[in-house]
Design a protein around this ligand. Structure first.
Ligand code: NDP
Ligand code: 2IT
Length: 468
């Protein structure tokens, strides 16, 4: 390790006697992470992806070693797990496991979504809360990182069942959150309906009306464009990346996975900017529409898939130009740009190689960690435009941050103001990635840029606090 360079003064004693030997190199550090987090592969993967860049960055910056900063960010402040009981429509008593992972609040209250999906476990929520810490720092807004959820499957549940589950979940969660403590929002399986039920229960239990959740309805403190912000932001980020090569989205073909909140709004913005969307997907397969998934078709998807909880396969029955590919992901469809917007590890190494071989020039992740570690290395090695979710999908949490500001000030900003702020924030994130990600020959490694810029802000705040 190079301990010289232009970093701050080096502690000579520390050089002679490293006190934390496992922090000396990346491999030793990762061995420790694996040992302390058995059976948590998603969490280990997220830490590895960040640590690969951070170890290079801190090689000559002794203070980050001395104060064990990465080690501390990779250990959540707390993981709360709790029982959630509810009664289904047939009067069966059901028991789910709920969580809130509060990863780090060095730069602001914990902030991050709530996920309801049968796959939810501690590993997945710890990875999401860890990623959120860097993402939120990148927005430039004062938000720490957290994530929560439950292994509850909302599919096929009645409205009454959803309400009772949300109320029971909040009956425990309320004691761990607060407008200045931890502010949850939506994620997979949690949209404005679920936020409404949870907000109602929080208000009822605490007898206080405060900005404790974001993604609220407009009638009770929500923000305009929060619904659209993640998908729109991911496309703005892609536009910024293309611009560095003198390109834009006009006439470009896009492959998108998912068909929920993020995917449909990303598709909408691609259309608005003159691109053509070829695919959408869900957990059962993908639809390929060579004529393009136009705005009218996106509206149909929003109504059928999101609001009526239908399946994407029905799209191919409605629009004869489309074909449905059961059990498959869309990465084999040749395209100019790709936006994975469904879930973690949905784009593997071989998918990444296929995309690159087919001439794809830009990837903007709408989902969190959709690309596995091998895929990340394929994209980075190919030196194509590749934005990790912590940079490109930050538009959603950014507008959540703006919702918090509006709630604190008890005002509502207009749509054009918010649209401009979202644009500005995405531009700012892009700029921060350039600052730390620009390599020789002008290539920009956005993974490195995002990891280092996010880390530096949180790390410097932690240095100011000492050992806490
Ligand atoms: P939604 O619940 O609205 O939609 C999720 C979509 O992803 C659905 O099409 C769903 O298909 C699909 N999906 C979910 N799990 C799986 C799985 N295990 N395998 C295959 N497909 C799956 O969620 P969002 O659109 O809000 O979230 C999508 C991604 O974006 C997530 O990674 C989330 O963390 C991330 N994100 C969301 C933000 C937001 O503001 N909502 C902000 C930043 C990131 P099916 O219906 O079959 O389950
Ligand atoms: O992953 C994410 O950034 C989100 N699900 C949004 C979090 C938020 O607090 O708006």
């Amino acid at each position: 390790m190079n301990r010289g360079g232009d970093g701050p003064t080096v502690d000579a004693v520390l050089i002679a006697e490293p006190r934390n030997s496992e922090h000396v190199d990346l491999n030793g550090f990762m061995e420790g992470v694996k040992r302390r987090n058995p059976g948590q592969p998603e969490f280990v993967q997220a830490v590895q992806e960040v640590a690969e860049d951070i170890f290079e960055f801190i090689a000559d910056k002794e203070q980050y070693h001395r104060w064990q900063i990465l080690r501390r960010i990779a250990e959540p402040d707390r993981v709360v797990s709790f029982r959630v009981c509810w009664e289904d429509d047939n009067h069966n008593i059901r028991v789910q496991r709920g969580y809130r992972v509060q990863n780090n609040n060095a730069i602001g209250p914990y902030k991050g979504g709530i996920r309801f999906h049968p796959s939810v476990n501690e590993s997945i929520l710890k990875f999401l809360a860890f990623e959120q810490t860097f993402k939120n720092a990148l927005t430039g807004l004062p938000m720490g990182g957290g994530k929560g959820g439950a292994n509850f499957n909302p599919k096929g549940k009645s409205d009454g069942e959803i309400m009772r589950f949300c109320q029971s979940f909040m009956t425990e969660l309320y004691r761990h959150i607060g407008a200045d403590v931890d502010v949850p929002a939506g994620d997979i399986g949690v949209g404005s309906r679920e936020i409404g039920y949870m907000f109602g229960q929080y208000k009822r239990i605490t007898n206080s009306f405060e900005g404790v959740l974001t993604g609220k309805g407009m009638e009770y403190g929500g923000s305009l464009i929060r619904t659209e912000a993640t998908g729109y932001g991911a496309v703005y980020f892609l536009e910024n990346m293309l611009r560095t090569k003198g390109l834009d989205l006009a006439g470009k073909t896009a492959v998108i996975s998912g068909s929920g909140n993020v995917a449909t709004h990303a598709a909408e913005k691609i259309n608005q900017l003159g691109g053509k969307v070829l695919t959408l997907s869900d957990s059962e397969g993908f639809v390929h529409d060579p004529e393009g998934i136009t705005q009218e078709k996106i509206e149909w998807v929003k109504t059928h898939k999101t609001r009526r909880r239908g399946r994407i396969s029905q799209y191919a029955e409605e629009y004869r130009s489309a074909t449905f590919h059961a059990g498959k992901r869309p990465w084999g469809v040749p395209c100019d740009v790709a936006l994975p917007c469904a879930t973690q590890n949905e784009l593997l190494g071989e998918d990444a190689r296929t995309l690159v071989a087919n001439g794809c020039i830009g990837i903007s992740e709408g989902a969190n960690m959709p690309t596995d570690l091998e895929g990340v290395h394929v994209f980075r090695d190919a030196r194509i435009l590749y934005a990790p979710g912590k940079a490109s999908n930050a538009g959603g949490v950014a507008v959540s941050g703006l919702e918090m500001s509006q709630n604190s000030a008890r005002i509502s900003w207009k749509e054009d103001q918010l649209q401009q702020l979202l644009r500005d924030i995405m531009d700012g994130i892009h700029q921060r990635c350039l600052e730390y990600g620009e390599e020789s020959g002008g290539h920009i490694d956005y993974v490195k840029g995002a990891n280092i810029a996010g880390f530096k802000k949180v790390a410097d705040a932690m240095l100011a606090f000492g050992v806490v």
